[in-house]
Design a protein around this ligand. Structure first.
Ligand SMILES: [Zn+2]
Length: 318
């Protein structure tokens, strides 16, 4: 069984006065091996890691988020270091349970080949106990740690990214619904990461702490119409996809899974790897050109729309 050793100072906002390490053991095994930089090998390792926490990123509702790297001893005896990782650390029984829920989502719902490219690689949930060190008054507490692949920075705002990136966001969420059978429930720019590599832009969805099961995402011939979709409440019988369409402002180019999109567009993992993450992807289905051609009209329409009281219009349409 693998063990993950984490400096205790990382648990205390990098307080250098806090000495020693805490040892954590796997509670939910990872889907990928940490043992190579490229992380292309699926499965769980049986070796010991020493985590180096490099930077405190932010505090969420239940967990603190750190950036780090793991090092480990290879079979030949030399020490190797992994690439950048994200560690989500939670303290106390309640917070650790929340982390366990998220780890289960990664492990059970986000492992399918169709969706695993839309989220960071999951390297497992580790748990353990802090112990009262000599001279300290803090009692022992349950600690949980999710280890994930580092996948770039959050998008600043939906309207600050190119329309093809917004299309990629929509596709990613659609795949989470259709193939992962989950609703994210907390979609907003800080939970959408973007990483540029050459001319490619990869989009990754993170933070599944509020995710719930979504057994069947309604789809088919339902149209996302410019007016009814925005003014008369959800036309698509899936609130979250409706929300993504509206917030990314890609609504007017789409007929939801209709003429413009088909299930082929949200495709296989291979299709995703080949093209879905590149700006060229949307062109393949003409969706990007359509989106750009209506973009100007749509922004004009939004200005008009903002003059009205949406609630008033919604009542009227009922
Ligand atoms: Zn849905």
């Amino acid at each position: 069984m693998s063990v993950l050793s984490l400096p205790r100072s990382a648990l205390y906002f990098f307080d250098a006065r806090v000495q020693g390490h805490i040892e954590l053991t796997p509670a939910i095994p990872g889907l990928w091996k940490l043992s190579s930089e490229s992380w292309t090998e699926q499965g769980t390792d049986q070796i010991a890691y020493s985590m180096t926490a490099l930077e405190f990123l932010h505090s969420g509702k239940h967990a603190r988020v750190l950036k780090g790297k793991a090092s480990y001893q290879s079979p030949t005896g030399d020490w190797k270091e992994t690439g950048l990782l994200i560690c989500k650390v939670a303290f106390g029984v309640t917070a650790v349970e929340k982390l366990r829920h998220e780890a289960n989502i990664y492990s059970k719902h986000l492992s399918a080949s169709e969706v695993c490219g839309d989220v960071p690689k999951f390297f497992g949930l580790y748990t353990g106990q802090t112990r009262r060190a000599e001279g300290e008054t803090v009692l022992g507490m349950e600690v949980g740690l999710i280890v994930l692949e580092h996948c770039g920075e959050a998008i600043p705002a939906y309207d600050k990214v190119h329309v093809d990136t917004r299309l990629s966001i929509f596709y990613a969420i659609a795949r989470l619904h259709v193939y992962g059978h989950i609703c994210h429930n907390d979609l907003r720019p800080p939970n959408i990461l973007m990483q540029s590599a050459g001319d490619k832009t990869k989009v990754k969805i993170i933070d599944f702490g509020s995710a719930t099961k979504h057994a069947h995402c309604p789809r088919g011939d339902v149209e996302l119409d410019l007016f009814t979709g925005m003014s008369a409440g959800p036309v698509v019988p899936c609130d979250e996809l409706q929300l993504v369409c509206e917030e990314t402002a890609i609504v007017p180019s789409f007929k939801y899974f209709g003429e413009v999109f088909s299930t082929d567009d949200i495709g296989s993992a291979q299709a995703l790897a080949d093209s879905a993450l590149t700006p060229k992807y949307a062109l393949s289905s003409d969706a990007l050109m359509t989106a750009e051609s209506v973009w100007g009209d749509f922004m004009e329409w939004i200005k008009e729309w903002e003059k009205h009281d949406p609630n008033l219009l919604r009542l009227k349409s009922d």
